[in-house]
Design a protein. Structure first.
Lengths: 330, 252, 281
């Protein structure tokens, strides 16, 4: 003990180096009084700010509640008029006040699932390419940026392009395989939707593949696994739930997509006979007929369609987001 | 001259149900350097953060008892006033990365929206940087960002930032634990100089540092203030067996 | 090397080739789509095109001045509504991580993000168009603001959560009030992240058509009155692209090209600016 102290422990450090100026006058009181005056104002402002934040937090809740209430309230007329027949009624005839949305449900499901089916191999390929094979380097950067830019292209432009380029191609294809050569229809819409989904799904998939811990992959490599075997038995199983969530979110996008589909689907209220036939989706019916709805029940029927679309996409989105959140936490 | 500036009376601090500072009573004399030491998790940092009411910023953190600054209970003042009078320097240097060195020093004025004439600002910056012995090193690069300085310089910049507000007390939370030995000794030299104008309370993990720089030392163990005495007394003749064990290295 | 290992390696290489092939098969056509649109539109763009109104059917020439101005006004108004609101909400969520209100607010933001744009158009119709007695640019702006909101909130929240606690502590220890800690320290330090969210949200709504169909509605004439119908680029493209006239198609190609350049440069610009403004922590 004694030695501990006697050694240099308690001796003061030498400050004769001259870098420290001995004593400095305390600054005049001007800044001090200003400071205190200002502080009183600050305390009030602080409370106001906190209150504003809470109001804004509530406002988001009110906003969403308001959206739901509006949709439900405005569709009551149609719900009363058509009841459950609304969902599986096969005829949509506003002139005779018959509102059955089965053709649109079918059209929506057909286009969305077909689009998913077409896009999945491509999105997987791009995701694996960027996430596993070439995560860095200029090729990968170029591809990544291109995919991001493509994802930003407005849907109305895809619709226009589809109308001008894709429709004639599909039409000549249809005449070759012997169906009625319309060009517009479910199949064309699915193609456009697929093009729009790929960038989104691919970037979701890439971020998930990159989350696979490298220790897991290294373990497999050290056992002599080939690259493909690592992807199949480590990467894909690990990202399974995330990939599923990505597919859900892509589906949510496809279901709600309006403009591109409206422009190329052909817009008929008949039940599509095959995937090349023209049809309508829920969103495209609303887009086409909302401003034409000339009597209250008709308008209300369209809003009920919006309500159905809202419920379905929100549910799919919530499930997808929950899954992704759970996946990232692992 | 030995008047008390900071006094804690039956001070307790909690994180949720976790009682981390237990019934602390302590009197800290003006213009002294008081070291607060103890093993990690002993509540010393929490106690320090209780003095300028930083403790309560952590969600779930609560406290009871009183802490007086010049016979005024800080828990009855608005925290903004408390923090204007009691400056703080943190474990890791944390200059504002978006501000220049100059603006970092007067950050307390600038960010609080207090407009000062340029001449006065210049004076405060020079005085403060001089007090922390940084003026000569940075006077030609005052417009550079604070994050370009070395760790030790950044820490002195943070001390200058606290000093510029002309507080009465300066709290240091393990101010040198993230610094290299040379920077550490520069900062330690400062303490001796700073105590002419301020009262310094320094939390440290390092008992050699406590012995080197402080006039009085408080030893915390398991949330309790075990012993508080003149540093010399504490290191030569501790009255509590736990203090003795700690300074002789029987536990850490 | 035995046959089995050779077979496995072959399979692995085969898969890699498949991945590269599929990636190329998907990205190359996408790039061609972009090039096609730009090629089809770029020749139509000149000073006349940018400063004149569309001509009636049958006459050649004409421009999209009304749509350019309309889009700008509608987006500006939407930004004025959504950006402050979104940033404040993001601040609330990052500062009150565990409060009940934050939970519900976060849930609502998630819901908002998933709502199809056409449904938001319906809601804006009932909130503004009907009460005000007619289609208006303002109602379109509100619909677009609702679409911007989740992006701004999320980017603000995530940016602020990434900032180290030491920054807040340093500010609080200087006696700064809560609002100044946030507005003068945290926001400036996270400005690049918040800004990129804001810009991306603007890029996103620039191309939105569906919510404008029954709110801003479109207008063949130049209008600056936000309480009256107004043209916007995507609306013009939709209306003219689906018309049967070639002159109007030309106009729509030119407009598509401008819209595309607008959106893509916003995206690229965002990347550059966030890199430049990033505060080194």
């Amino acid at each position: 003990m004694e030695s501990l102290v006697k050694n240099d422990l308690i001796t003061r450090p030498d400050i004769s180096s001259g870098r420290v100026i001995k004593s400095v006058n305390t600054p005049d009181t001007l800044s001090t009084t200003k400071r205190l005056k200002r502080s009183h104002r600050h305390i009030r402002a602080e409370n106001v700010f906190r209150r504003i934040l809470i109001i804004v937090g509530w406002a988001t809740v009110v906003l969403v509640a308001g959206i739901m209430v509006t949709l439900i309230f405005q569709s009551t007329l149609s719900i009363k008029a058509s009841g459950f027949g609304y969902l599986w009624g096969k005829t949509w005839d506003p002139v005779r006040d018959i509102f059955g949305v089965y053709p649109f449900l079918l059209g929506t499901l057909l286009t969305s699932f077909l689009a998913l089916l077409i896009s999945i191999p491509f999105s997987f390929a791009v995701a694996i390419f960027l996430g596993e094979y070439y995560p860095t380097g200029w090729v990968s950067n170029l591809l990544k940026n291109t995919v991001e830019l493509i994802a930003a292209v407005p849907s109305v432009i895809y619709g226009f392009w589809g109308l001008a380029v894709l429709v004639p191609i599909v039409r000549s294809f249809e005449s070759k395989i012997g169906v009625e050569p319309v060009g517009l229809g479910i199949f064309t819409s699915s193609l456009i939707l697929a093009i729009m989904i790929v960038p989104y799904a691919a970037s979701l998939g890439r971020s998930m593949i990159q989350m696979v811990p490298s220790t897991l992959k290294e373990a497999a490599y050290s056992l002599g696994a080939t690259r493909w075997e690592v992807i199949r038995s480590v990467v894909l199983p690990y990202t399974k739930s995330g990939m599923f969530a990505g597919i859900m979110l892509s589906l949510g996008r496809a279901l709600g997509e309006t403009m591109a589909v409206t422009m190329v689907i052909g817009n008929t209220s008949l039940i599509p006979k095959n995937i090349f036939a023209p049809g309508n989706t829920m969103a495209s019916v609303i887009a086409n007929e909302f401003t034409e709805a000339d009597h209250p029940v008709y308008l209300s029927a369209l809003i009920e369609l919006g309500l159905v679309l809202f419920v379905v996409t929100v549910l799919i989105n919530m499930v997808g987001k929950r899954l992704i959140k759970g996946f990232s936490k692992e | 001259m030995e008047s008390t500036i900071v006094k804690a009376v039956n001070y307790n601090a909690y994180f949720g149900d976790n009682h981390v500072v237990k019934n602390v009573n302590i009197e800290i004399p003006r213009n002294n350097v008081v070291a607060v030491m103890g093993p990690s998790g002993c509540g010393k940092t929490t106690f320090l953060r209780g003095i300028n009411r930083m403790h309560e910023l952590i969600p779930g953190a609560t406290s009871t008892g009183q802490i007086f600054l010049n016979n005024e209970d800080v828990y009855e003042m608005h925290p903004i006033f408390v923090r204007l009078k009691i400056g703080m320097v943190f474990q890791r240097p944390n200059p504002f990365p978006n501000l220049s060195i100059y603006d970092n020093v007067i950050a307390g004025y600038k960010l609080n929206g207090i407009k000062l004439p340029k001449a006065e600002k210049d004076k405060i910056v020079e005085q403060s940087l001089t007090r922390v012995a940084l003026w000569n090193e940075v006077k030609d690069s005052l417009t550079k960002k604070g994050s370009f300085l070395s760790g030790g310089q950044q820490q002195r910049l943070c001390i200058a930032r606290a000093v510029a507000m002309e507080p009465e007390v300066l709290l240091f939370d393990e101010p040198t634990s993230a610094l290299d030995p040379i920077s550490t000794s520069t900062v330690e030299e400062l303490f001796h100089e700073l105590k002419k104008n301020y009262t310094l309370i320094i939390v440290t993990h390092n008992m050699q540092q406590a012995a080197r720089v402080s006039d009085k030392t408080a030893f915390f163990y398991m949330g309790e203030l075990v012993e508080y005495d003149e540093t010399k007394q504490m290191f030569t003749n501790p009255s509590d067996i736990r203090t003795q064990n700690y300074i002789t290295g029987r536990f850490s | 090397m035995n046959v089995q290992v050779k077979y496995r390696i072959g399979k692995s290489i085969g898969f890699q080739a498949l991945v590269i092939l599929l990636s190329a098969a998907c990205v190359v056509p996408l790039i061609f789509i972009l090039i096609y649109i730009i090629q089809a539109g770029i020749t139509k763009i000149n000073w006349h095109f940018l400063t004149n109104l569309p001509k009636p059917v049958g006459e050649t020439g004409g421009g999209i001045a009304n749509a350019l101005l309309g889009s700008t006004i509608i987006i500006l108004v939407a930004s004025v509504i959504a950006i402050p609101f979104g940033i404040l909400c993001g601040i609330y969520l990052s500062e009150n991580k565990n409060s009940k209100l934050a939970y519900w607010s976060r849930l609502c933001i998630d819901i908002l993000q998933g709502i199809p744009s056409i449904v938001i158009g319906i809601v804006a119709y009932f909130w503004l168009v009907k009460p005000l007695g007619g289609f208006s640019a303002l109602s379109g702006s509100v619909a677009l603001a609702i679409m911007m909101l989740p992006i701004v909130v999320r980017s603000t929240e995530e940016t602020l959560l990434l900032l180290p606690d030491s920054l807040r502590e340093a500010a609080f220890a200087l006696g700064m009030p809560f609002h100044r800690v946030i507005l003068k320290v945290l926001i400036p330090c996270g400005i690049s992240g918040i800004l990129s969210g804001v810009m991306l949200s603007i890029a996103r709504i620039t191309g939105e058509t569906a919510p404008l169909l029954f709110t801003a509605f479109g207008n063949p004439y130049l209008s600056t009155n936000v309480l009256k119908p107004m043209q916007s680029l995507p609306l013009l493209i939709f209306n003219y692209a689906t018309s049967p006239y070639n002159e109007w198609h030309d106009l729509a190609w030119g407009a598509s090209c401008i819209l595309l350049i607008w959106v893509l440069s916003l995206n690229i610009f965002t990347k550059l600016i966030t890199r430049k403004w990033k505060v080194q922590l």
